[in-house]
Structure formats: C-alpha cells, structure tokens
Design a protein around this ligand. Structure first.
Ligand SMILES: Cc1ncnc2c1ncn2[C@@H]1O[C@H](/C=C/CNC(=O)c2cc(-c3ccc(F)cc3)cc(O)c2O)[C@@H](O)[C@H]1O
Ligand SMILES: [Mg+2]
Length: 214
C-alpha cells in the first residue's frame, strides 16, 4: 500500500533497532538507506564530522533546522551532555510525526524538543518561548535556499553570540551557494569546509562550519 519513504524508514527502525539504543537507530537507518532506499539523512560519513563538532562544542542549547525523519536529531542527542537541549524544527506534519516516533524509539526524547512549523515563523519566537539567550550550535539541513535567510534572521533576533557555531549540510550537493558566499565573505564569520560525500554515495558533498565572531 502507498506508504511513504519516511514511514518505511520508521518501520525498519521498529523492526531492526533496539528500543532505547540511539546508536542502533542511527545504524539501522544508515543500513536501510545505503542498501534498500536512499534518503536525505546527513548519513554516516558526514555524520562523523557532525559528531566531532558536537563533541567539541558540547552545546547547552542547540538548534536543528529540518528534522525530516529524525536521524540527525537522534545522532546529535545521543552526544549531548545532561541538561542540554536540541530544538529541532520541521514544518511537514507527516515528517514531524515520523521523527517523533524515531526520537522516542531511540530513547532521546528528553533531550529533543521538536517544533512543528516553518523556521522563519519560529526563529523570532525562540527567546520568549524557550527562555533562550542564544544557541551554541546550529545545524542547517532544511531547504537549501532557506539557509541564508534563516541565518540572517538568527543574527537579527540575537540568537547568535560571539563563538556560536553554524554547521551546514550539503554546501556542495545540492549546494547552498548564496549561504556559502555569505559566511565565507563576511568578516563576522570564520568559515571552514569539511570535504566529504553525499550520504550513501561517492558524489562529493561537504559540511561548512562557521563560527560567528559577533
Ligand atoms: C523553512 C523550513 N522550516 C521547517 N522545516 C523545513 C523548512 N524547509 C524544509 N523543511 C524540512 O526540512 C527537510 C528538508 C530538507 C531539504 N534537504 C534536501 O533537500 C537535501 C537534498 C539532498 C539531495 C542531494 C542529491 C540529490 F540528487 C537529491 C537530494 C541531500 C540532502 O542531504 C538534503 O538535506 C524536510 O523534512 C522539510 O519538511
Ligand atoms: Mg542534508
């Protein structure tokens, strides 16, 4: 029957992954998407780069834009220190519902807050709604043409402090040229490219890590 790709990924997680074991959820999704059906998770190779940045930064407050099935939310949450929070935004209700179940199956729901709605609407409300001063780390993995406007919006809303770090997926494939030009050209950012591959393929892709200098 007409299940969606995210529904099939969730079914695979429930069939193969150990409940409460975030690592097994991540590995199950990687196996499925590498061997059965490609999906736009950050994946295992770029995921290792993301892991190293999360472990280095040890963010108290982290934001993810674009939850999709919750793969990177689970991956990130499994590395967060106690009393740290990942807020992840997803505007597609079908994807959000799947992601909630993936996050719950992994047993990381106490570290993840999934907000359903467009990032552009929610970013200006973050301080009030969540008593936040700023984000230590932001992972951008939503529509690629939203990276730049949302970055500028976070700056305007005072959600970035000196030292806040932006990590952007797919800066080569599909690409986010206006975003790259901005963070690489602006004196307010120190930017670094981590060369890798598009998830589950040999196609070149990479992650851009940009430190906000204030
Ligand atoms: C403003 C707003 N607010 C809230 N949620 C938002 C939102 N804008 C989008 N979302 C959500 O985020 C996800 C969207 C992710 C977009 N990611 C990609 O398009 C993507 C594509 C590829 C890819 C590469 C080569 C190909 F040939 C085909 C695809 C790889 C990737 O890694 C990607 O991330 C999706 O769950 C969408 O609902
Ligand atoms: Mg991506």
């Amino acid at each position: 029957y007409g299940s969606t790709r995210p529904e099939r990924i969730l079914a695979e997680v429930k069939r193969k992954a150990t409940r409460g074991d975030a690592r097994s959820v991540v590995d199950t999704i990687d196996q499925y998407c590498r061997h059965q059906e490609w999906a736009m998770n950050v994946g295992d190779e770029k995921g290792t780069i993301l892991d190293s940045i999360v472990c280095e930064v040890k963010p108290r407050a982290m934001l993810e834009l674009g939850t999709y099935c919750g793969y990177s939310a689970v991956r990130i949450a499994s590395l967060l220190p106690p009393n740290s929070r990942l807020i992840t935004m997803e505007f597609n209700p079908v994807f959000a519902a799947i992601a909630r179940q993936v996050i719950a199956w992994a047993g990381v729901e106490d570290k993840v807050v999934l907000i359903e709605g467009p990032s552009g609407d929610w970013i200006p409300k973050m301080k009030k709604e969540f008593g936040l001063t700023s984000f230590d780390l932001v992972f951008l993995d939503h529509w690629k043409d939203c990276y730049l406007p949302d970055t500028k919006l976070m700056e305007e809303c005072g959600l970035l402090r000196t030292g806040s770090i932006l990590v952007a997926d797919n800066v080569i494939c599909p690409g986010a040229p206006d975003y790259l030009e901005y963070v690489r050209g602006s004196p307010r950012y120190e930017s670094k490219y981590f060369r890798s591959h598009l998830e589950y393929t040999r196609v070149e892709d990479g992650i851009e890590k940009s430190v906000f200098l204030g």
